[in-house]
Write a protein that binds this ligand. Structure first.
Ligand code: UDX
Ligand code: UDX
Length: 434
């Protein structure tokens, strides 16, 4: 296997995972970031994101001398054969992906990249970005490759080292094969295609996942109205291999740093191509509606009537991150529902296993964050489960029944066992479950 000298620009979830995993595969990797503090901590092996296995990989790479961290892209690209771009491509005006960071990095390194180097877009970028990247570089001795990442937060290292597939898009066969060879040891199916198709794979895949979730959330609503049980319905659906059991868990809506951004970027892409992508429009609308539906469920559970007032009602929130297993709050459905509950006048005390009460992130404004789930339950009229942390199942519900003012649970993740709750004296309200 060829050991390559690789530069990775951006050390967030995607960049740090990519760098550390490629170093663990034997490559020499220099990671760069603009955040000097972060680079100092990483150089000491301190990883500040919650990703199982990542800190060990970083420590291993540092110890083996195959992984290092530098400030700024320019310092990383010297002598590198491949440069991965893993910098933010946030949602810009009108939902279009904002490429300003990508472009500023390219300007910084355009003249510094060695002849024959390959620039790889790993960030999620709109169709046509590889072409735009080549135009910005103005170097015909540099190839540009699209190599989207499919890792999930909370299992990033596992997903990187056990990929369902590798997608590599480039109009130059050599460059495409050079990038594909970096992953050879993983033994995954590899899709070699043109850059535009590779760029679209990422959006199409993420939008399909979002669509599947909006669909199951809509079916759960139907179950609520028809008295059917969504758990049995999804089990019955999921045995069909064409559907699969994965991503059929109803909830308060989908969120995170990717699905919301990528669905709206796909809409813009389609609009720009004069195509009204109604399915994606409906997927996003269903998701926004789902967040509102959670508030209606709380109103009904607390007041016993549809649309009942939540003014000055004290609620305990269990789960604030966008999903279990991560400390990421970006576009969290739990925070979106919490904001709607506050707008309705409710007073919120929240607990999340990945967060501390000392957390000052603005996303948590208006929620009293505590370090103990039992404190979050003190004197509340209902507990609302918004993130599917498994540890909530193991809580002492008998003890909780003793501290709440009313033993009512709204479980927007169908996470808890209704029988356990009922034996503890709680009224349990799930999604699409009788
Ligand atoms: C990022 C993008 O946000 C996402 O769109 C893309 O699909 C994959 O890469 P993520 O790794 O989650 O996702 O981003 P984030 O955790 O925000 O990290 C980005 C890193 O880039 C940060 O460490 C930031 O400091 C760094 N950065 C930002 C640079 O190195 N240079 C810059 O100019 C700006
Ligand atoms: C997603 C894609 O899964 C990943 O392939 C891509 O690279 C980045 O975007 P991630 O953002 O980590 O990964 O989140 P994911 O695990 O997909 O969950 C997205 C949202 O859907 C979360 O809010 C989660 O709680 C919700 N979800 C997921 C459900 O409500 N039900 C499910 O069955 C699965």
């Amino acid at each position: 296997m060829f050991v390559r000298r690789i530069a990775v620009v951006g050390t967030g979830y995607v960049g740090l995972t990519t760098g550390a995993c490629l170093a663990s595969l034997g490559h020499h990797v220099v990671c760069a970031d603009v955040d000097a503090e972060k680079i100092k901590r990483l150089s000491n092996g301190e990883v500040d994101i919650l990703e199982p296995g990542l800190a060990d990989l970083v420590a291993g790479g540092l110890a083996a001398g195959r992984l290092s961290f530098v400030l700024g892209a320019a310092a990383a690209v010297e002598g590198s054969e491949v440069m991965f771009l893993c910098v933010p491509t946030p949602m810009g005006v009108g939902g279009v992906a904002d490429l300003s960071v990508v472009e500023s990095v390219l300007e910084e390194v355009a003249t510094l990249l060695p002849a024959g180097a390959v620039v790889v877009n790993k960030s999620t970028v709109p169709v046509g970005t590889a072409q735009r990247t080549a135009e910005l570089l103005e170097r015909d001795d540099i190839a540009v490759v699209s190599n989207p990442e499919f890792l999930r937060e909370g299992s990033a290292v596992h997903d990187f080292l056990h990929p369902d597939r590798i997608v590599v898009g480039c109009d130059t066969q050599d460059a495409a094969e050079k990038v594909a060879a970096l992953y050879a040891r993983l033994g995954a199916p590899t899709v070699l295609t043109d850059a535009a198709s590779a760029e679209l794979v990422k959006y199409a895949a993420n939008c399909f996942l979002a669509m599947k979730l909006s669909y199951v959330n809509a079916v759960a609503e139907l179950c609520d109205r028809l008295g059917a049980d969504i758990s049995d319905v999804t089990e019955g659906m999921g045995y069909d291999k064409r559907i699969g059991q994965a991503f059929l868990q109803p909830g308060p809506g989908w969120g995170g740093s990717c699905l919301p951004k990528d669905t709206s970027a796909m809409l813009q892409l389609a609009d720009a191509a004069d195509f009204e992508f109604r399915l994606i429009r409906a997927t996003i609308d269903t998701n926004n509606r789902q967040r509102q539906r959670m508030v209606e469920k709380v109103r009904l559970a607390v007041t016993g009537k549809r649309g009942g007032s939540l003014s000055k009602v004290r609620l305990g929130i269990l789960g604030l991150t966008f999903k279990a297993g991560t400390d990421d709050l970006r576009d969290s459905p739990a925070l979106a529902v919490s904001a709607l509950l506050r707008q309705a006048g409710a007073k919120l005390t929240g607990y999340d296993p990945a967060l501390r009460s000392s957390d000052t992130r603005a996303d948590l404004d208006g929620i009293t964050v505590v370090d103990d789930p039992y404190r979050a339950a003190e004197g509340v009229e209902a507990l609302v489960v918004l993130t599917e942390w498994p540890e909530f199942r193991g809580l002492d519900w008998g003890k909780l029944a003793g501290v709440v003012s009313r033993p009512v649970v709204v479980d927007t993740r169908n996470l808890l066992d209704p029988d356990v709750l009922r034996r503890a004296g709680f009224e349990w309200n799930g999604l699409g479950r009788p």
